[in-house]
Write a protein that binds this ligand. Structure first.
Ligand SMILES: Cc1ncc(COP(=O)(O)O)c(C=O)c1O
Length: 389
């Protein structure tokens, strides 16, 4: 390996949302990796830093070009430069799209459990969340297409917010499923918003399919949000792109993000994104192997030391989704207990909706040593919890 993922930067007392916690706690919750980003990105940021003046910034053509090349190379999808808009983040994009492309009191459909902030983007803008709960059987999730179609067919439904790969369950949606979903949205005239922020974090042997690549018709009814921020640990730099093949939809969304003032980059946003997409591949390939090793550690140790918890099979993301239904139907209480008694800070699943109350989400994008420390604490905590309850 050319990159060392065992050495973590010390992020305590750095205003890190993840790490500014008690000294004895270890955070494995929010989707923020513990690793330094790729050296090529740091070098590129250093060059920008050395320029000294940090005035307003524009979005150069090279930003779109870096995305076009990356998607063509890694995902075999040809994006056109006109389709790409810069935005200061995926969540700002989603909220703005909800405001611009739907009306107050409209329904917005999601598949639950799903990334919790989708719910906020919908309800904070006085739209109604219509969650189609994923069916859960034998430790696997499936879409309930009858239920979903009923929700998409509702005349007040105008938008479907979709997550591919899906946080928190780690699923990479197949071409067939995407086709079926796209056709339902077309049939019921529902706009597709596909959040593909986790698409570069597919596990070894898995490949994601961009929703918009399925067909021309689906592309013309879809908006895709992408970013280098999860993949390269750059979330604090607030950089993302919205890809919209349909010129009419694009014009509206462009107006929306400009009205909402989320269309202009900070001084480092373009620099970081371009360095990631143009030069970050080698680092990412090694990161994926390291994450695979970590997931295997987590899986094999839990199977052996905490067999009452099931780590679900996943195909993407560095977030493990643990079925704790044999222990509790309230993982919020369990997570609080683990944090208070062992210092291990994990995400309780209820915020993601659906059957999340039985699950814990575990961010294992850390050093293997720290992960092992987390597992030690988890195993101890789970045993104690079961004895006490
Ligand atoms: C599915 C999904 N979308 C969006 C985000 C956040 O995106 P941003 O930081 O660009 O707003 C996250 C972060 O965890 C996520 O998991």
């Amino acid at each position: 390996m050319s990159f060392n993922f065992d050495n973590l930067p010390n992020r305590r007392s750095t205003n890190s949302y993840k790490w500014d916690i008690r000294e004895d706690e270890i955070p494995m919750w929010v989707a923020d990796m513990d690793f330094d980003t790729a050296p090529v990105i740091r070098e590129s940021l250093r060059e920008r830093l050395l320029q000294g003046a940090y005035g307003y910034n524009s979005v150069p053509d090279s930003f779109a070009e870096s995305i076009i090349q990356w998607w063509s190379r890694r995902h075999h999808f040809q994006i056109e430069s006109d389709w790409i808009l810069f935005c200061t983040g995926v969540v700002p994009a989603i909220s703005s799209i909800v405001r611009k492309m739907t009306r107050e009191n409209d329904n917005v459909v999601v598949l639950s459990p799903v990334y919790n902030i989708f719910y906020n983007s919908i309800s904070n803008n006085n739209r109604k969340v219509l969650a189609s709960e994923l069916l859960y059987e034998d430790s696997e999730y499936q879409i309930d297409f009858d239920d979903l179609e009923e929700k998409l067919a509702d005349c007040r439904t105008s938008l479907f917010i979709f997550c591919n790969p899906h946080n928190p369950i780690g699923k990479v949606w197949s071409r067939d499923i995407l086709e079926k979903l796209g056709e339902l949205c077309i049939k019921h005239d529902v706009l597709i918003l596909s959040d593909e922020i986790h698409c570069d974090l597919t596990h070894v042997g898995y490949q994601y399919t961009p929703f918009a690549s399925i067909s021309e018709k689906i592309a013309m009814q879809s908006i895709t949000c992408i970013a280098p921020t999860k993949t390269f640990n750059l979330a604090g730099l607030q950089t993302s792109a919205i890809v919209i093949p349909n010129p009419e939809i694009r014009q509206l969304v462009n107006r929306g993000i400009n009205t909402d003032e989320v269309a202009e980059p900070n001084t480092f946003a373009i620099q970081a994104a371009e360095a990631a997409f143009n030069e970050g591949e080698e680092w990412l390939n090694e990161l994926i192997i390291y994450l695979d090793k970590n997931r295997n550690i987590l899986k094999s140790r839990l199977e052996l030391e905490a067999p009452e918890v099931t780590l679900l099979h996943s195909e993407a993301t560095y977030l493990a989704w643990l079925d704790c239904s044999r222990i509790t139907d309230n993982t919020t209480m369990l997570c609080e207990y683990l944090r208070n008694t062992t210092g291990l800070y994990l995400s309780a699943g209820d915020i993601f909706g659906g059957n999340g109350q039985y699950f814990i989400r575990w961010n294992y994008a850390t050093s293997s040593a720290l992960l092992n420390e987390g597992i030690d604490r988890f195993v101890k905590g789970i045993k104690a919890y079961q004895e006490e309850n």
